[in-house]
Design a protein around this ligand. Structure first.
Ligand code: ATP
Ligand code: SF4
Ligand code: MG
Length: 341
């Protein structure tokens, strides 16, 4: 993979990636037709780095995450092309029993709708301990000690007494900390956080992001941060992968992509963000809406909304191509975009 080689060149001391996603494609089958929700996606995740996956609603971010975790809804969702290598092993080929063993141990996920991940009838301590009971076969007293330590790690005050509380006795931010503790229980090497702060108010959002970043530093985890919030991505990610209609359209270091995007869709996203768009007094939303994936447009999926689309765009799908050191774009006219923004 081009991006991979470039990244290794830039960081001679960096270790091999933990995860390599190659040509990942996910299809959902339904009565109304088949949807290619993710189409030929490539990226890698390294130890201690934060990769943000950015894109509008329906672009395929959560589907990528569920494919990484082996949790695509069955029977209608499946990986129909490509591979997901975790430390060299292709997860797509693994039996479900092996996959289950890896979940939580190697890769863990904080889900997009986290509050539904907590069961109202069990104490938070029981729920954090559950994963240890299943995977570690520890004694009751050891589990209790580990649960208190996990609650302290995610900075839940007074952990020893709160272990017996039920989810409804916790605020939204504290519930999210419980969910993060559950995801961290088995010390995963990669943590996927799917919109981890969307349901929370702004102050709590900042605290949760700070916590995730601190945990990432101490545990040296690779963090996949899924978001449609450019501010969160700008503040917390090292690299960004921009998705549109199931395709990866741009990748690169966050500061470079945000400063000088190489794809018209990313340009559109930047123009819709007030803090990055200081020269204009109002937001400029991207005109139109993403395509219906049941009937995707021919050629570049962004062409119906692209202000610089030309004939070739309506005919040929642009491949994700190296456009500068450590940067890729899937646009026939990336040079013009890089020059003129
Ligand atoms: P959001 O920002 O709203 O969370 P997303 O980028 O996470 O969006 P996905 O949830 O990955 O988007 O959905 C990608 C596409 O796959 C959408 O077109 C969606 O309708 C479709 N899709 C997702 N789950 C299913 C499913 N279980 N069955 C059929 N189609 C699905
Ligand atoms: Fe726009 Fe064409 Fe580039 Fe697609 S390939 S983003 S339609 S210029
Ligand atoms: Mg989603």
């Amino acid at each position: 993979m081009v991006a991979e080689k470039l990244l290794q060149k830039e960081q001679p001391n960096s270790t091999a990636p933990l995860v390599n996603v190659e040509n990942l494609s996910v299809e959902f089958r339904s009565k109304t037709g088949n949807v290619q929700a993710v189409d030929g996606v490539n990226f890698s995740i390294h130890q201690s780095e934060t990769l943000a996956i950015l894109g509008e609603s329906g672009s395929g971010k959560s589907t990528v995450a569920l494919a990484l975790m082996g949790l695509l809804p069955k029977p209608n969702g499946h990986v129909n092309r490509g591979a997901i290598y975790f430390q060299g092993r292709n997860l797509v080929d693994l039996e479900e029993s092996e996959r289950r063993k890896m979940r939580g141990e190697k890769m863990s996920m904080v889900f997009q709708d986290p509050l539904s991940a907590l069961n109202p009838v069990y104490t938070v301590g029981f729920q954090i301990g559950e994963v240890l009971r299943v995977h570690r076969r520890m004694s009751r007293s050891k589990i209790k000690k580990a649960v208190v330590e996990l609650m302290e790690q995610v900075k839940i005050p007074d952990a020893k007494s709160r272990i017996k509380d039920y989810p409804h006795q916790f605020s939204g931010g504290m519930q999210q900390r419980v969910i993060i503790a559950m995801a961290l229980a088995l010390q995963p090497k990669v943590l996927i956080a799917d919109e981890p702060t969307t349901a929370l108010d702004v102050t709590v959002q900042a605290q949760i992001m700070q916590l995730l970043k601190e945990l990432q530093r101490t545990e040296k985890m690779g963090l996949v941060l899924i978001s449609h919030d450019l501010g969160v991505v700008a503040n917390h990610a090292d690299r960004v992968a921009v998705m549109y209609a199931g395709h990866l359209v741009e990748t690169g270091k966050v500061e470079e992509v945000f400063r000088n995007p190489a794809h018209p869709y990313t340009v559109g996203l930047m123009e819709s963000l007030p803090t990055l768009n200081k020269n204009t007094s109002r937001l400029v939303p991207i005109k139109g809406s993403p395509p219906n994936l049941l009937t995707p447009p021919k050629g570049c999926p962004f062409h119906p909304r692209c202000p610089i689309a030309k004939d070739i765009c309506r005919q040929e799908l642009p491949e994700l191509t190296e456009v500068a050191s450590g940067r890729e774009s899937a646009c026939h006219f990336y040079k013009e975009v890089l020059q003129h923004g």
